[in-house]
Design a protein around this ligand. Structure first.
Ligand code: ADP
Ligand code: MG
Length: 250
């Protein structure tokens, strides 16, 4: 290694530009071969470090999001679920609502694609640079309930508050106690006009009080959730039942 190259490596190390440090030989050889300008060479070098960092950040956000990466928009069959148009999805994926801390609420019976759509939107939001966390209502309530006793739960709640988008999946499947819905209400109030939510629920709003255990708290929760929100009623048949896998052949 030349003296200059050794120095470059030292500088890149102390500048924490290890991506470029590892790739520089390749970029240098290519630049000499292609006889590119100094400016283009410099651009390539800087761009390499930048892109590598963007990639790492994206992977980190993806890992922390708890999203199922198989549930993409590309894998969603819009002909099976005509309650939501492609045009609407395009508007959703422009993320204006996320910038304005609006919420999206997907309502409908089991199997119509609520969780899949919520996940797919979450994955695109991560691509667009947002911090996203997917959590089931059951896990959320568990974390809220144990945040003073279990460190991990407290960390999860803190992480939720730092996310741009929190996907709360399956409100309505499990009943929550009055204490639990009280702390859920507090959390929703913290998110209000700060973070966006996507909520999925198999129950219409008129039935939320049944699972939340208290009409007053439910009204207060819905008030915060719905003030800046878009509500999507997905209906139709269950994709699960219509596309049931069989293991035995006729
Ligand atoms: P829900 O949350 O409404 O109960 P899911 O989103 O979990 O329903 O969908 C159930 C299953 O069917 C999942 O495996 C999902 O990927 C699949 N699915 C549902 N709707 C569609 C669709 N329109 N296109 C492709 N897959 C779908
Ligand atoms: Mg679901």
């Amino acid at each position: 290694m030349t003296e200059a190259r050794t120095k470059i490596n030292q500088y890149l190390t102390s500048l924490k530009m290890n991506n470029l440090k590892n790739q520089l030989d390749v970029i240098l050889i290519e630049a000499e071969k292609e006889q590119i300008s100094y400016q283009d060479f410099f651009l390539q070098a800087v761009e390499y470090e930048f892109n590598a960092r963007q990639d790492k950040a994206l992977n980190r956000r993806l890992k922390q999001s708890n999203l199922d990466i198989s549930k993409t928009i590309e894998n969603f069959d819009f002909s099976f679920q005509p309650s939501i148009s492609k045009k609407m999805v395009k508007q959703i994926l422009a993320f204006e609502w996320l910038e304005q801390a609006f919420n999206l609420i997907f309502l409908g019976p089991p199997g119509v694609g609520k969780s899949h759509l919520a996940t797919a939107i979450g994955l695109k939001a991560i691509d667009a640079g947002y911090k996203v966390i997917f959590i089931s209502m059951e896990d959320l309530i568990f974390n809220l309930k144990t945040k003073n006793a279990i460190n991990k739960s407290l960390r999860t709640i803190k992480r939720l508050k730092k996310a741009n988008l929190i996907i709360i999946d399956e409100i309505g499947y499990l009943p929550v106690t009055r204490d639990e819905s009280n702390s859920f209400f507090k959390l929703i109030s913290d998110f209000y006009e700060q973070n966006s939510l996507i909520i999925t629920s198999n129950l219409g709003f008129s039935r939320w009080a049944e699972v939340m255990g208290d009409q007053v708290i439910t009204t207060a929760i819905l008030d915060r959730l719905m003030h800046h929100s878009e509500i999507f009623n997905l209906d139709g048949k269950s994709y699960r039942l219509e596309n049931k896998d069989n293991i035995f052949k006729e």
